[in-house]
Design a protein around this ligand. Structure first.
Ligand code: GLA
Length: 386
């Protein structure tokens, strides 16, 4: 069992249901090394799974009824097939659970009734994909409890459907893919069009490096609406350009494509997506050649593109990136959807503390709420715990 978080899920289960769980399923949070807002443009991403986990303790329950307790909330949420079959009927954090039940049922699977208790070390609202972690852990639990015939390569799409169609958040396939398919010591190079993956060795320890993750603590500012607006603007641009998705605009065709768009904002959105896809490919090439430090400038260029072209950063985030770079990071960028969330910085392992301290000082100078920091090593995707 993975330490405290599994113990908390077990304890929650026992207290709530006065019974023992039949098993525990754990799914990680994630950071994205590079490739932001490229997933819903059919492009490339390079995330990795974190050691922080969400654990679901579960046991079979009455047919077509689900009871879920989470440590986020005292009161459990209970729903049946009618609520699960109608997107929107269950809301709040429990919508991610009901959404998974909905997606499995919509795929024609006979989802077992269940009792679930959820504990998590993945902070909520920090852009580390606590929602994908819940989705994947619940999905794994229900598949195992029901003996459902559902190969793991179908899990990311089902979890994404839960989020898109039940919860109503128009996100791409990145988060669900990496929380399912992540591997220790590797970053996941994912082609979001074909869903083909390649596990890219990313052995930070061996290279004497660390990825410092800085939770900006910035309050989310209209993140959902802005995310949906960016997505719409990319889709409109693709339609104007006569391509299926912005993935189909090649780097050497960028200038010609930009010349066909008539407003400056759309041009900048397109430029971000096309150059970001190229930066993912360039990062992968460097990692394959074991030239990890040299990826730093690509990370920093990605940040500049998100700040200036995609316009999804906020002052806390930009301050963290600048302070990390000034303190010697090889590269730094915001990771995740934007408007808050986390920054990652590639640093020498023995410089991580110094860089974290520099960011904390820069924050204090600007009067921002102190950031949280952690160093992240690539961890495995969803598993059933022994
Ligand atoms: C969020 C979404 C992902 C992806 C990122 C931005 O994390 O859930 O699908 O679009 O934002 O790269």
């Amino acid at each position: 069992m993975s330490g405290d978080v599994a113990a908390r899920a077990t304890e929650g289960f026992r207290q709530r249901y006065a019974a023992e769980p039949a098993g525990h399923w754990a799914a990680p949070g994630r950071v994205n090394l590079i490739g932001e807002h490229t997933d819903y443009n059919d492009g490339f991403v390079l995330p990795f799974a974190l050691p922080l986990r969400t654990v679901v303790a579960a046991a079979p329950g009455p047919d077509a009824r689900w009871t879920v307790w989470s440590e986020l909330d005292d009161a459990p949420v209970e729903f049946g097939a009618a609520e699960a079959d109608e997107p929107g009927r269950v809301d709040g954090w429990a919508a991610y659970v009901a959404g998974v039940v909905w997606a499995l049922r919509a795929a024609g699977l006979d989802v077992p009734g269940a009792r679930l208790a959820i504990a998590s070390d993945v902070p909520v609202g920090s852009g580390l994909s606590s929602s994908a972690a819940i989705e994947a852990a619940v999905l794994a639990a229900l598949v195992d409890l029901g003996g459902l015939d559902l190969p793991a390569d179908r899990w990311p799409r089902l979890a994404q459907r839960a989020e898109n169609e039940y919860v109503g958040a128009p996100t791409g396939i990145m988060d669900q893919s990496v929380v399912v398919r992540g591997r220790a010591g590797h970053a996941l190079f994912l082609d979001c069009r074909t869903e083909e993956v390649e596990q890219i060795p990313f052995d930070l320890d061996a290279a004497g490096l660390a990825v410092l993750v800085i939770d900006s603590r910035a309050p989310h500012r209209h993140a959902d609406g802005e995310y949906a607006a960016r997505r719409r603007s990319c889709e409109r641009a693709a339609a104007t350009l006569g391509v299926t998705a912005l993935r189909d605009v090649p780097t050497d065709g960028l200038d010609a494509a930009l010349a066909r768009l008539d407003d400056d904002e759309t041009r900048r959105r397109v430029r971000h997506v096309v150059t970001e896809n190229q930066r993912v490919l360039d990062t992968v090439a460097l990692l394959r050649a074991d030239r990890v430090r040299e990826t730093g400038p690509l990370l920093t260029a990605s940040h500049a593109s998100m700040r200036d072209d995609f316009e999804i950063t906020v002052p806390e985030i930009d301050t963290a990136v600048e302070a990390a770079l000034a303190a010697g990071a090889y590269g730094a960028r915001m990771t995740g959807g934007g408007f808050g969330g986390c920054v990652l910085a590639l640093v020498d392992a023995d410089a991580a503390e110094k860089v974290a301290a520099a960011v904390t000082t820069a924050y204090a100078d600007r009067g921002f709420t102190a950031p949280h920091t952690l160093t992240a090593l690539p961890a495995p995707g969803v598993t059933r715990l022994p």
